[in-house]
Write a protein that binds this ligand. Sequence first.
Ligand SMILES: Nc1ncnc2c1ncn2[C@@H]1O[C@H](COP(=O)(O)OP(=O)(O)O)[C@@H](O)[C@H]1O
Ligand SMILES: [Mg+2]
Length: 271
Amino acid sequence: MLNQWKLVKHLSSREKLGSVWFASQLTSKKKKKQGYFKYTTPQNEQFCGPLIANEYIAYRLGKKINLPMASVKKVRIKGKAGIISLEKKQTPLYNWAQLSKQHPNIFDHLHRPKRLLKMFVFDVWIANIDRNNRNIILYPTNKGYDFYLIDHGLSLLGAIRWKKVRWNKKYWNSVSEYNRRYLKGLPAYIIENQEHLPAYIDCIQSLSDDTIRQIIDKIPPPYLKKSSRSELVSFLIRRKKKLHQLIDRWLKEYKPTSTKEKEPVESSYDT
Ligand SMILES: Nc1ncnc2c1ncn2[C@@H]1O[C@H](COP(=O)(O)OP(=O)(O)O)[C@@H](O)[C@H]1O
Ligand SMILES: [Mg+2]
């Protein structure tokens, strides 16, 4: 029984995006782990693709470039295969919406805020369409607020399925067209600090194609079909090569007025 996960509280159940539960692990009190369990049904997969693969691959890729990713585990609870995103023990935890309300000049309060530029370049690489104000978690430290990244369900094949545009279409070259979601204030911060972007692009480009292949190959067969595997490898390798162009184009095309952060119908996504 020890180390087994137990569902504690049902948080949401969406027609398109699947369900989220708060879960905890039955261990000794000191080591107690808590997290958020997400799983989808075959119906959800029509809208958001292979959830476990999207979340797990994004997590592994982010770790490779030293981004602070929430730990993600593949688990089966009560017969449902899904992922757990582990909650950090630090308290209190905030999301971007909450913290930026408390601190209008939030960037001045963050520990190493330039890592948000790295996050942005990473999100462009994996075509994340859902970096909204709730998909980053922050907590105070004596060097300012630190943070970690959560929810990569609508990146990679999740984004492709959600938008219903094939992976090899030109559509995916215009970040400002396919992405409507930004942390509040981040576009202005990126534009102001754009001279730092190339170093982060280089960091992603220094990952070898083989590293990407290996991460994708490690996903067990039930969670990612063969044809999706090769599609995803090609998508990531192509985008890695043209990352400088993708970012340059965003810098040219991005318009503040083109972005609406709407509250989502599905409580997480609506466009
Ligand atoms: N590792 C984590 N640490 C803290 N909170 C989390 C973590 N993972 C998820 N959450 C919380 O659960 C909510 C839902 O999880 P998320 O993965 O964003 O799914 P969705 O947006 O599809 O509902 C998040 O907005 C956040 O409040
Ligand atoms: Mg979310």
